[in-house]
Design a protein around this ligand. Sequence first.
Ligand code: ADP
Length: 450
Amino acid sequence: MVQKILVANRGEIAVRIIRTCKQLGIETVAVYSKGDADALHVQLADESVCIGEVSSKSSYLNMENILSAAINTGAEAIHPGYGFLSENSKFAKLCEDCGVTFIAPTASVIEKMGDKAEAKKLMKEAGVPLVPGSDDEVTLSEGKEIVRKIGLPVLIKASAGGGGRGMRIVRNQDDFEKAFYAAKQEAKAAFGDDGVYIEKLIENPQHVEVQILADKYGNIIHLGERDCSIQRRNQKVVEEAPSMLPVKTRRAMYEAAIKAAEHVGYENAGTVEFIAKDDEFFFIEMNTRIQVEHPVSEMITDIDIVKEQIRIASGEKLSLAQNDVRFRGHAIEVRLNAEDPKHDFRPSPGKVEVLHIPQGLGVRFDSFLYTDYEIPPYYDSMVGKLIVHGNTRKAAIQKMRAALEELIVEGVGTNQMFLHMIMLQETFEKGNIDTSFIQTNLKRLLHYET
Ligand code: ADP
């Protein structure tokens, strides 16, 4: 097993990775920007290296400085977390060239799956069900032809897309051309790549994804699925495991996910994302990294996914066969953001004056907050994840309500009450959820006293 790991990230995921390393007796190196000198991940790591100015571009996205920090501190491996350089094949290749283990699949797999149009082509070969649409990037005239074939409404999506950006819904033929160029422009600005492809718009689907683990020897297992349908502007807000899909659909989805991983020679942890509607499901993309919502899978399987990632990257065989994975109860995660839901969810960073974290059996809080900590305004607004586990979905919802009632974060505006309102909705309790849930219920969800 590797002895020393550099964590190329910040915030809750850096803290979470360092914790597992400590439990495994692995030394850790934190990297930080000038805006993060007092961050919790820096305090918890054995060593730390400042890698640049406050902007992500000059720090957490600065490949040379991060690699130099790894080499200078003698770290044998880099864990990228999520976001930043986690799905950057150029960085993965640089690590490979420098003899530093990148805790991820190979650079070539990251590259293939990072191009969403290319990934769809590969998935078609593997026999994984796809949303009807173009199998590749399209020109305007090719796009129009596809629309004639599959019919409206459609979704124009960026090949390099992520975080719900560069997507355009088209419901009228006359709007297609304008939306096509708008999507291209947005994709170019956000990702430096204006390639787009077309998908049939599946109205109000469920977002369900399968967590997989694969070692270097062709062994692949799944850790079940997560429902991430509670989204705002295509960004996840609440995630749970298992989903409410029928067992038969879930089994077919696991099979498809394993086939997908097999076909591309996948290794390490990854997620195969699908949208599901009426017991049918379609591949949308594969994430070649640990995901924000991984704890719900950990809670129902008792498997530490970061630990498995490190073992796999160290060249060890999977420690479990599929039959050894036991699924137990139900887990829910909510994303706590420093934002003001009542003012269009605008970011509201600040200084944490009082912090009280709920505790108890099956309650977990993954965060980087501490009392008197000043949340820097430069990065993502997510400041923590509250995760609960119960024997049943109903018990988990009740536990989450109680945990959200107990949590205190003062000095900073958060979406805590908004999350609590989600937990109180009858439709949520009944499990009648799809990706339109927040939009449909927005007025009701914002109806709380501050
Ligand atoms: P990104 O990489 O930007 O996150 P994804 O392809 O993962 O984009 O899609 C994000 C979300 O957008 C999905 O969870 C789903 O809610 C919605 N979505 C994506 N594709 C479709 C589709 N064809 N029909 C309906 N909704 C979709």
